[in-house]
Design a protein around this ligand. Structure first.
Ligand SMILES: [Zn+2]
Length: 274
């Protein structure tokens, strides 16, 4: 071990000095765009290197179509880069749907859910993962990915989350508050998946997200601040609970609302801050 370490230490300084020189040169070049266009720079790199394969992709690259137009007409997004180009720098989060092995009835929460299939050759493990993306301002997407290994499962989940992006409605439907600002949801919604049912209710300002932790992540990325909730059925398995929450949020935009109520509840659809 000692013998192997010594030549490495001696050999390190030489490339380091060369690398340092290169790094210094790079710093001088990269200093100027960092200050000017941090957010725009990301967008430009995506758009330049990306070669669209679908007609929507081409329109997005030429700047002819907005995200609202795509979602309102019900067109299907088939390329991840469409969402990247229209909503640059969107944060994502992975949901804890799995469990590591523990000694006394279960271990810590994990982002990968590990399952096994019994075959004549032996156990065949597979990993699944659920991801959320959202701009914390009216747009959110949830995706599921499954693979033989952990890394591809995560990438699939992130890709599916971006493709499944949808628009939500926000408002204030709480009778204790009625402030007409979009901090909560305008009315009560329920979502279902399997036996799991989740009921999301509007709450007054400052209440916070009174909901299960993984669902709170989704609502936070959707831009909802105050909510009450109630669940029914089997909620120990998180995958169905997350999908039920997604269905409940989708119900916000599918429900028809009269124009007089729209003003009364202060309903805003999609993006608010410009
Ligand atoms: Zn309110």
């Amino acid at each position: 071990m000692r013998q192997t370490k010594k030549p490495k230490e001696t050999s390190k300084p030489h490339p380091e000095t060369e690398e340092e020189k290169l790094e210094v040169e790079k710093d001088i070049i990269t200093e100027i765009p960092e200050e000017e266009e941090l957010i725009k720079g990301e967008k430009k790199i995506d758009v330049i290197s990306w070669k669209p394969k679908t007609s929507i992709g081409l329109k997005v690259k030429n700047g002819e179509i907005t995200l609202n137009q795509i979602l309102d007409t019900g067109q299907k997004i088939m390329e991840m880069e469409i969402v990247d180009a229209l909503l640059p720098g969107m944060p994502n989060e992975l949901l804890f749907i799995g469990q590591s092995k523990g000694k006394f009835g279960g271990g810590q929460k994990r982002i990968f859910r590990q399952t096994q299939k019994k075959t004549p050759e032996g156990n065949k493990p597979s990993f699944s993962c659920q991801a959320v993306v959202g701009n914390s301002d009216g747009y959110v997407g949830i995706g599921y990915g499954k693979s033989k290994d952990t890394v591809p499962a995560r990438e699939k989940a992130l890709r599916n989350a971006k493709l499944n992006i949808f628009k939500i409605k926000r408002g204030c439907g709480s009778w204790e508050c009625s402030c007409k600002t979009p901090h909560s949801i305008p009315f009560m919604v329920t979502g279902k998946c399997g036996s799991t049912v989740i009921k999301i209710m509007p709450a007054p300002k400052g209440k916070g997200l009174c909901i299960e932790q993984e669902c709170a992540k989704i609502l936070r990325l959707a831009g909802i601040k105050d909510v009450w909730s109630k669940t029914f059925g089997q909620t120990r398995v998180k995958t169905n609970l997350v999908v039920a929450c997604e269905n409940a949020l989708k119900q916000l935009s599918t429900t028809k609302i009269q124009t007089e109520n729209q003003e009364k509840l202060g309903i805003h659809e999609g993006k608010i801050t410009q």
